[in-house]
Design a binder for this molecule. Structure first.
Ligand code: 13P
Length: 251
């Protein structure tokens, strides 16, 4: 069964104390509620274990925002998938456009990271999306297809069925410019078709495809109402309970 998911990506925001307060605040706000979607917070590495201790992880899942492309060893400053899993985190955001753009993450590197995440029991939230010039040139369908094929299509059907996809058009991230619900639906349906072309239709039907890019309380309802939009990956609006909660409640 396809899951609805609202995931926050805190990016490089909040000190440990601020992050803990945010996570606890969300935990408190959801205490007597039964959200109609899975709720995830994507915290910095430094916060993972403390946040896992402080909240009801049965209600709020925890994601890292990256993991290393090596299993372990002499890679100073890196954090492995096994380390992430040992904190209590169940998810890892991989392939975010900021990682691709600023840290040179290629399809090949991401393929390795996805494999390591899966081997350590983590669910990858795999981000794809085109830049503005690609959309204006009408290449966005090809771009997302290549991103999926380049990092995910060597997976077995069983492993692919563990992946969550997040479509995040780069031109909509942090810009206040959201894809329209129709634009999101169009490309999400295309992504699902691409998956169905490689794996079985049921695997495509069961894959959660999230939208990301300036999603907020004002536009979330319209976006998640679309049949192929199964939730959101939220940056700025996930940094306060006041802004994040109404997005969770958009379902
Ligand atoms: P914003 O919601 O701030 O546009 O960020 C989206 C994003 O990049 C989530 O991963």
């Amino acid at each position: 069964m396809r899951k609805n998911i609202i995931a926050g990506n805190w990016k490089m925001n909040t000190t440990l104390q601020e992050g803990l307060a945010l996570a606890k605040g969300l935990n408190e706000a959801l205490k007597d509620k039964t959200p109609k979607c899975d709720v995830i917070v994507g915290t910095p590495f430094t916060h993972l274990a403390c946040v896992a201790d402080a909240i009801d992880t049965g209600k709020i899942g925890i994601a890292a925002q990256n993991c290393a492309d090596h299993e372990k060893g002499a890679y100073t400053g890196e954090v492995s998938a096994a380390m992430v899993a040992s904190t209590g985190a169940k998810y890892v955001i991989l392939g975010h456009s900021e990682r691709r753009q600023y840290y040179g993450e290629t399809a090949e590197i991401l393929k390795t990271k996805v494999n390591l995440a899966l081997a350590n029991g983590l669910t990858p939230i795999f981000c794809i999306g085109e830049v503005l010039e690609e959309r204006e040139a009408g290449k966005h369908f090809d771009v997302v297809d290549e991103q999926i094929k380049g990092s995910l299509f060597d997976l077995s059907a069983e492993d692919f069925s563990k992946i969550v996809i997040a479509y995040e058009p780069v031109w909509a991230i942090g810009t206040g410019k959201t894809a329209t619900a129709d634009q999101a639906q169009e490309i999400h349906a295309h992504i699902r078709q691409t998956i169905a072309g490689k794996y079985e239709q049921t695997i495509a039907d069961n894959c959660s495809i999230l939208y990301g890019g300036s999603m907020n309380a004002g536009n979330a309802k319209e976006l998640v109402a679309k049949p192929d939009v199964d939730g959101g990956l939220i940056g700025g609006a996930s940094l306060s309970v006041e802004n994040f909660l109404p997005i969770i409640e958009a379902f």
